[in-house]
Design a protein around this ligand. Sequence first.
Ligand code: 1GP
Length: 244
Amino acid sequence: MSVKDFICKTIRKRAMHVTLLDPDPKKMEGIDEKIKQLKQFGTDAVLVGGSTDVNQVFLDKLVLKIKNTSLPVILFPGGLSGISKYADAIFFMSLLNSKDPYWITGAQAQASVLVKKLGIEIIPMAYLIVEPGMRVGEVGKADLIKRDEGIKAAQYALAAQHLGMSLVYLEAGSGAPEPVPTEMVKAIKKNIDIPLIVGGGIRKPAQAKALLEAGADIIDTGTITEENFTAIKNIIETVKNYKK
Ligand code: 1GP
């Protein structure tokens, strides 16, 4: 089954949790144990990526370690260096609200031939960055969607669907003090049929639950894996037990 089919099939039955891991050599300590536990806790897939330049040796190593657990590995690239031939799939993402065409179609054009050659599954995804946006907002030169601009976010998301994209990722930025507003998630969900992933600043089960109630299909957490590894267990349980 393709990763996209796995996602679509799963979210018809229940909410999903995915974990973002940064292939940063400084974060490799204890990574084998972390990956093992993430699998035990029940995360559904691992996204691998970072918003700064990625060391490809470590990227490949990390992808292979995750694959050993049989969890799907999806690249969440912050740029051209974030591509590994060992991954199951790549979120081929366009930062729709960037001020710089490079992040909308430029990097994608540059990556297109390589990705085709590698033969990994390509999942077209719209990436929308909301205030505060954090590092990825700066790097991606985002024209940040304001926290009260739910309609604007919904317009972007629906445009993504019309453009044929498979998923929408709504992002507050890694390490954001708060997740995206639930009202914004509701506004988007009213307008689209494609799956909605929400990430950035999710540190508590209650935040994950509120985002699911608002309509998120998939919850992504990253920083919490570095900050408080036991907290992630509760978030994963909350997401996996959530009844739509
Ligand atoms: C980053 O949304 C993800 O792209 C994860 O964010 O690190 O805040 O969990 P956190």
